[in-house]
Design a protein around this ligand. Structure first.
Ligand code: IVH
Length: 699
């Protein structure tokens, strides 16, 4: 897409723009160049996964463009990077008839199926061998995009294959979909391309974590997450979901008057390459052109073994006849093309018997039904317990004790029950009865009007107390290693531990005499408990388990005060003025800090040596990172890139746009690319992890 020369000059142009200030602003004459620079950096980020500038720098350039366009609205073009952003809500998704029906693919499940399919294709095409292009079968939601005269004019869902829903505004929120592409360079006037929208495993997990923070049931798998996201009527929310799109098929095109059809369009692999060169994320790196079915089968197996290492879900491979003329000769049935077939990987599903449903009490009193099934191996893991989240899930799925159930486990996603196999019922299945009273303390359960979850409201319910202590010690909270669920439960049962402050006054003389506690494990546990006293304030806030206050909110809260007990004096309104704190979250925080038992507990923790003060608040002028330069690369395990960058700045550090000898620290995450390679060659650059970076910030 960009030659080495273009890359260099666009990068330099961007750096020059970034150096401009109020005195020497970017001028309106440079508006086109500014857009080119932004598009270039979007491409580096979203298509190549290898950004050359920081998010912060990108935002600066974006804001400069917004400002220029605000001053000169006539100069706005429909494909300007600013035009993805959409204000307001979508009213409806009008019908979008496809230019060519969106067929599905024939499925094959084993090697023999492929051998048979290849034989039939060769017979029909009267050929000895056929050249195939093999690529992943992306497990997402299919879309169609139309570009007319180089501009994205329509995005649509598959619908029933003949007509889908027009979702152009939502498609524009997917940053790897170009708003314009130079199809005209290839003689193309109108083109319809097909592809798949998906959510990476990483983003899916983050999204589910956010749902969990709000006590909402998680989405079952990335496929449902992608499909659901495309139908959201708030484009801003769609943007937040960080969807990606792979484009893999040109289904229709017209040629510009006087132009001949581009030769690249004569093969499927050529089409994929053309799309890639035009700035689309097509599977060029993943695809392989192979002669004969044996090589195809080998490649399918090879890919299946890497399935779990990919950043996104695939459920098989797609094998396509590479030559478009031969494709035309083979044609299609009413359902699927004869020139392509899907090779489905082994399903990560299994069936088992639902034996019982247990009701667990969570740390906030929520009652979660958990299905106990006969253990069944799925994708290498034995599954015996499956959360059912809430009563509605049981009702919607119409589950009964004794049912044979279909269980799915996609990659590292938690297992879930897809459905009961109603055909296999004997009539002896029993209804699942939801308890009316807490299975642990016996209090009457209540269900708030706007919630799907039943609750035990007795905050002294033993189950809740234990769960709160477990949460407090857990990895993402105070991270007291070696404590673990089992020890919390054991110490609680023995009366050694009654509440959270009790963690810091454990009777080690008594624990020493327990079976399984050697001197070494005691020393380690004592050490871990002691170290946890130094955890930063946001971890302590998260550890308290305040409803709706997840890790992100905890960071916002920690930032807002110099001392935790200041929250006693904040009104609901003050709280709602904090970033991302809505009425529900504010209400919960307010309630927590107006409960005398909680305040007493916090005071006790402070006496025991825990940090309730926000050290950083006193240091803003100085900051822990003063005089140091930073750059981030790859996906960080916990922090959002923009949050990490904000941390650098709020702590007095400086962000750099590229690796050079001026750089002090390169913070690397997953899938770090060329920046890491470059940094390794400069001895003065220190390469550190997010955890090491956080230690510097919190020091
Ligand atoms: S080609 C006419 N290629 O699988 C052929 N489809 O069951 C058009 N899919 O509806 C489809 N990855 O949503 C093709 N690399 C790929 C694919 C792919 C996923 C989906 C697509 C289609 C379904 C067929």
């Amino acid at each position: 897409m960009y030659s080495a020369g273009q890359t260099k000059s666009l990068q330099q142009l961007g750096t020059a723009f970034l150096k401009k200030d109020a005195k020497h602003p970017i001028t309106v004459k440079e508006i086109k160049e500014l857009r080119d620079v932004l598009r270039f950096h979007e491409y580096r980020y979203y298509i190549l996964n290898d950004p050359l500038i920081s998010d912060f720098e990108y935002d600066q350039l974006f804001k400069a463009l917004e400002k220029l366009e605000e001053e000169h609205p006539k100069l706005i073009t429909p494909d300007s990077p600013t035009q993805r952003v959409s204000k307001g809500l979508t009213k409806e998704f009008p019908a979008a008839p496809h230019l060519v029906p969106m067929l599905s693919l024939e499925n094959s499940y084993n090697d023999q199926d492929l051998v048979d399919w290849d034989r039939r294709a060769r017979e029909l095409a009267k050929l000895d061998t056929i050249e195939y292009c093999v690529e992943p079968k992306f497990d997402g939601a299919s879309i169609s995009l139309i570009y007319e005269n180089d501009l994205l004019s329509r995005g649509a869902t598959r619908g029933d294959g003949v007509s889908g829903d027009e979702i152009t505004t939502n498609i524009k929120q997917i940053r790897s979909v170009p708003l314009s592409a130079r199809f005209s360079d290839h003689g193309i006037q109108t083109i319809e391309i097909r592809g798949e929208v998906l959510m990476t495993k990483n983003n899916f997990k983050k999204y589910n974590d956010q749902l969990a923070e709000q006590n909402l049931p998680p989405l079952a798998n990335p496929r449902n997450a992608a499909a659901g996201s495309l139908r959201i009527k708030d484009p801003k929310e769609v943007s937040r979901r960080n969807l990606e799109a792979f484009l893999y098929n040109i289904s229709y095109h017209t040629t510009l008057p006087g132009k001949k059809e581009d030769r690249q369009l004569q093969t499927h692999s050529g089409c994929l390459e053309m799309l890639w060169e035009l700035g689309f994320r097509s599977p060029v790196k993943e695809k392989k052109v192979l002669k004969g079915i044996d090589a195809v089968i080998k490649y399918c197996h090879q890919f299946e073994s890497m399935r779990d290492d990919l950043p996104y879900e695939i459920d098989g491979m797609v094998i396509k006849v590479n030559d478009v003329d031969i494709q035309d000769r083979l044609g299609m049935t009413t359902h699927h093309p004869r020139w392509a077939i899907a090779y489905k990987f082994k399903a990560r599903q299994g069936t088992s018997k639902l034996r019982a449903v247990e009701f667990q009490v969570g740390r906030t009193g929520s009652i979660t039904p958990v299905a106990k099934i006969d253990p069944v191996p799925i994708g290498g893991v034995t599954v015996g317990s499956i959360s059912l989240f809430n009563e509605d899930v049981i009702r919607e799925k119409d589950l009964k004790i004794g049912d044979t159930v279909l269980v799915e486990r996609a990659g590292d996603v938690i297992p879930y029950i897809v459905k009961p196999l109603a055909e296999l019922r004997t009539g002896k299945e029993k209804k699942i009865v939801f308890p009316t009273h807490c299975p642990v303390c016996g209090d009457k359960l209540v269900k708030p009007v706007d919630e799907a979850v039943w609750r035990c409201n007795n905050i002294n319910c033993e189950a809740q107390v234990v769960e709160r202590i477990i949460h407090f010690t857990s990895k993402d909270a105070m991270d007291i290693r070696g404590f673990g669920d089992a020890n919390v439960r054991k110490f609680f049962e023995l009366g050694f531990l009654k509440d959270i402050p009790g963690i810091y006054t454990l009777p080690f003389d008594k624990i020493r005499s327990l079976e399984g506690f050697g001197e070494k494990s005691i020393t380690n546990l004592q050490g871990a408990i002691e170290t946890s006293k130094q955890q930063p304030l946001h971890r302590l806030i998260f550890a308290l388990g305040i409803r709706y206050a997840g890790e992100t909110t905890a960071k916002v809260l920690a930032h807002a005060v110099k001392h935790l007990l200041e929250f006693q004096d904040l009104s609901l309104e003050d709280l709602q003025n904090l970033e991302d704190v809505g009425p529900k979250v504010a209400g919960s925080i307010h309630q927590f800090f107006h409960n005398w038992d909680n305040i007493k507990m916090l005071k006790r923790l402070e006496e025991l040596g825990l940090k309730l003060k926000n050290d950083k608040k006193d240091l803003v002028a100085g900051g822990n990172l003063v005089g140091q330069t930073f750059l981030f690369t790859g996906t960080l395990p916990t922090l959002k890139r923009s949050d990490a960058e904000a941390l650098v700045e709020s702590n007095g550090g400086k962000l750099l746009g590229s690796v050079s000898s001026k750089l002090n620290y390169l913070v690397v995450g997953e899938d770090a690319g060329s920046k890491l390679e470059k940094a390794k060659k400069i001895p003065s650059v220190k390469i550190i992890s997010e955890a090491e970076f956080m230690q510097m910030v919190n020091r």
